[in-house]
Design a binder for this molecule. Structure first.
Ligand SMILES: C[S@@+](CC[C@H](N)C(=O)[O-])C[C@H]1O[C@@H](n2cnc3c(N)ncnc32)[C@H](O)[C@@H]1O
Length: 339
């Protein structure tokens, strides 16, 4: 019979496993190649990364000289491989320091990597990890999605630059949306649609569709709605979206409860409309802050002026309504070129 502690541990184990997705090297390369100039003389910190499996550690250690990094710090969370059913906590969290190739063989050798044991469990919120965060300039990783809000809040609090991968759903978290609206964070460049493959641990329960085991027995699953989130600028973000449609009140009806018109597809944003427009959340994949201003978002039933950004003219349901029917979640924008 299973005891209470056993059940609790099992629950913890399955929750922890949900956070164990390892980012593929090819996805990291496709995104980070756009930020090369930002890394020169910078200290990079990967703070959710077991160096044995993290491709972030791999990418930065192998590209250390090419990027001109000053230092690479990596910390690993101890629970990762710990047996949750035992009290065995001997596997301590570790911190790795890498300061480049010393013997000129172009490979990060073991004797070139400083390994220190951390006092605590390597939680990114712990005092010692925050000390490491303070020493760093740019944080790059795939953090646990279950702690995404807290994770971003900490980076913003310590005024760090970052490139992190997460789920598109985070856009509608009000804390995250507020940062997007204030132009403090934005989406990365390389993923705008489709799903991506992530590595999972050997004991990951593979019940879902879309998993794969490669010839070496490594397991992968496909994850939908993946996006990079960053506050490092890249030039493509300043390219205008080419608009070609003309506004007509028939094609772009005004909402019942907001003084804004509805636009169903980002590419169909009318070119000469200078009022407020409600566009799909995926508008953010094309968003150029020089062309459009984000005013707010209406995503759920609750109205908050700070998030929605325009007055609510309805009675109850705060979602955008068209002839009494709910539309999808919408971001409210205005075309800056016409103001
Ligand atoms: C989505 S995985 C990504 C792992 C790795 N960054 C990668 O992309 O391959 C998130 C990682 O964060 C670790 N983690 C979970 N909670 C954490 C915490 N509080 N502090 C630091 N790391 C944590 C998990 O063990 C897990 O390995």
């Amino acid at each position: 019979m299973e005891n209470k502690a056993g059940n609790k541990n099992l629950h913890k184990a399955s929750k922890a496993k949900k956070d164990e997705f390892y980012t593929q090297l090819s996805d990291i390369e496709k995104e980070l190649k756009h930020y090369k100039e930002h890394f020169k003389d910078r200290v990079v910190y990967c703070n959710c990364d077991d160096p044995r499996v993290s491709n972030f550690f791999h990418y930065f250690s192998y590209n250390y000289e090419k990027l001109g990094l000053k230092k690479l710090i990596t910390t690993c969370y101890k629970n990762q491989n710990m047996d949750l059913f035992s009290q065995n906590d001997s596997e301590q969290a570790i911190c790795l320091d890498y300061e480049g190739d010393k013997n000129e063989n172009n490979v990060p050798d073991l004797n070139e990597i400083g390994i220190k044991k951390l006092k605590g469990d390597g939680d990114f919120r712990s005092k010692e990890c925050i000390e490491l965060l303070k020493q760093s300039d740019i944080v790059v990783t795939n953090p646990p999605f279950s702690l995404f809000r807290e994770y971003i809040a900490q980076l913003v609090e310590y005024e760090k630059k970052f490139v992190i991968i997460g789920n598109v759903n985070a856009i509608s978290y009000k804390e995250i949306f507020k940062l997007i609206k204030e132009n403090k964070i934005w989406l990365g460049i390389s993923i705008h649609s489709g799903d991506r493959e992530f590595g999972v641990p050997d004991d990951y329960p593979l019940t879902a569709a879309g998993y794969r085991i490669d010839e070496n027995g490594n397991k992968f699953i496909r994850v939908k709605g993946v996006r990079w989130f960053t506050n490092l600028d890249y030039k493509e973000r300043h390219e205008d979206l080419i608009l070609y449609k003309r506004y007509t009140p028939e094609e772009y009806p005004t909402y019942d409860n907001y003084n804004a018109i509805n636009v169903d597809k980002t590419k169909e944003i009318p070119m000469c409309y200078n009022g407020v427009m409600g566009v799909p959340i995926t508008f953010l994949d094309k968003y150029n802050p020089d062309q459009f201003e984000i005013i707010g978002m209406s995503a759920s039933a609750g109205y908050s002026e700070e998030i929605v950004g325009i007055p609510f003219l309805g009675k109850k349901d705060a979602r955008p309504l068209l002839k009494g029917k709910n539309t999808y979640a919408r971001i409210f924008i205005r075309n800056l070129r016409l103001q």
